[in-house]
Design a protein around this ligand. Structure first.
Ligand SMILES: [Mg+2]
Length: 123
């Protein structure tokens, strides 16, 4: 059975690109959420992803707030979380790590880079 990756981004094109890359290049199931609050609902509903990949700027609930909330959930205290950042958001990397993020992927990225990073993070 494939491992599940939760991709959280308000841009459908990014969710599709991540989904396409991970479904095509590895044994991953991909679940999508359009913002932080939608992602938290899915986790509270029992979703147990092996990895969460999240955008930072999103409506309703941003990525940093979502990461803080995920780390408060006992079931997801150690779930790897990768942030999608742009170079111009360099200061957000530290903020994200302080909130509990495992690492980051800089946008724009190639599908094969994403697959490589995901393979390193998911044991
Ligand atoms: Mg966004």
């Amino acid at each position: 059975m494939g491992k599940t990756v939760l991709i959280v981004d308000d841009a459908p094109t990014i969710r599709q690109m991540v989904g396409f890359a991970l479904k095509g290049n590895g044994n991953y199931d991909v679940v999508e959420a359009g913002d932080g609050s939608e992602a938290l609902e899915k986790l509270k509903g029992g979703l147990k992803p092996s990895l969460v990949i999240t955008d930072l700027n999103m409506p309703k609930m941003d990525g940093i707030t979502m990461i803080k909330n995920i780390r408060k959930m006992p079931a997801h205290k150690f779930t790897p979380i990768l942030m999608l950042t742009t170079e111009s958001l360099g200061s957000k990397k530290k903020e994200g790590q302080a909130a509990g993020a495992t690492g980051w992927i800089v946008k724009p990225f190639k599908p094969e880079e994403l697959v490589q990073v995901v393979g390193k993070v998911i044991k």
